[in-house]
Design a protein around this ligand. Structure first.
Ligand SMILES: Cc1cc2nc3c(=O)[nH]c(=O)nc-3n(C[C@H](O)[C@H](O)[C@H](O)COP(=O)(O)OP(=O)(O)OC[C@H]3O[C@@H](n4cnc5c(N)ncnc54)[C@H](O)[C@@H]3O)c2cc1C
Length: 262
């Protein structure tokens, strides 16, 4: 199926992207296109214009600023998978990136596009919650920073409002040990259930779940030391791939595997 007609504008700065968003309120930002283009082909979205932000130089790359890792929103899954800084300071992200889709998806797809899209089966939302990450969101009236706990609002819904853009992800460089375990869809590799566990240098453990419900959520029972009956099936999705009851079972299994590695 083909997309509806749209205008295309490539921008080379955040300021230009925000100005274009202001001028075309029904436009969509185009990052790697690996969620947006399929959505447009299915006519679930028909924006009048695409603002291509994938080549804005300042939005690509991973750097350490004091004790915070800063990841540009347009950094690809492949760059995350192969980053020596992340392998050293935040290994859960390269671990997750290597499990996303296939090489084509990893070469084009971006962390910012994935987080802004907030697909319930995406991998990164679980690690963002477990790492205690923060998201920098910019608009023509300024910038604000939102914690991962406040960022994922619902299915395909985030704290990014109309006219705003996710520009950076900030992660405390305080991982002591971490693990991500996913039961992947056999064709797409999206998470049917994914559990991320991060032990932080201050002795706290944060854990989160993706794939099973409308959006990624923390796992408070696991964080408090439980290893079974972590979630209720009543809160989970049921579809052709897995019933809610089976997902609830998988959450316990994936959590045990992740905890054993942590
Ligand atoms: C075959 C296939 C398999 C996949 N498997 C997996 C998998 O196993 N795990 C997984 O997690 N994902 C998977 N994905 C999704 C993939 O990771 C996408 O790359 C990701 O979801 C979207 O990133 P993108 O850069 O392509 O964003 P795009 O598709 O370009 O954009 C997605 C949405 O986010 C908005 N957006 C983009 N950037 C910004 C920004 N900076 N600020 C605000 N809004 C923005 C866009 O307007 C759009 O609405 C798969 C995709 C495919 C096609």
């Amino acid at each position: 199926m083909y997309t509806a007609e749209f205008d295309y504008k490539k921008v080379s700065s955040v300021a230009d992207a925000l100005a274009a968003l202001k001028a075309h309120p029904d436009a969509k930002l185009l990052a790697g296109g690996h969620s947006l283009i399929p959505t447009m082909k299915l006519r679930l979205a028909s924006p009048s214009a695409l603002i291509d932000v994938s080549s804005i130089p300042g939005l690509k790359g991973i750097r350490l600023e004091g004790d915070v890792i800063v990841i540009g929103a347009m950094t690809t899954h492949r760059d995350i998978e192969h980053s020596s800084l992340l392998k050293d300071k935040c290994p859960i992200l390269p671990e997750q990136a290597a499990l996303i889709g296939d090489p084509m998806v990893r070469n084009k797809g971006t962390i910012g596009g994935s987080l802004a899209h907030a697909d319930p089966a995406a991998d990164y939302p679980a690690s963002m919650l477990a790492l205690g990450a923060k998201m920098k969101i910019e608009s023509s009236s300024g910038a604000r920073v939102v914690t991962a706990d406040d960022f994922f609002v619902g299915m395909f819904q985030t704290a990014v409002a109309e006219g705003e853009m996710l520009t950076e992800i900030h992660i405390p460089a305080n991982t002591k040990s971490s693990a991500y375990e996913k039961f992947a869809h056999p064709a797409s590799r999206y998470a049917i259930v994914g559990v991320a566990v991060v032990k932080h240098a201050d002795g706290t453990t944060r854990a989160a779940l993706t794939g099973a419900g409308a959006s990624a959520v923390r796992l408070p029972k696991l964080e408090a030391g439980s290893i079974s009956s972590l979630v209720s099936a009543a809160d989970l999705l049921s579809d052709n791939f897995a019933s809610a009851e089976y997902r609830a079972h998988l959450v316990d299994v994936m959590a045990k595997k992740a905890l054993a590695r942590v």
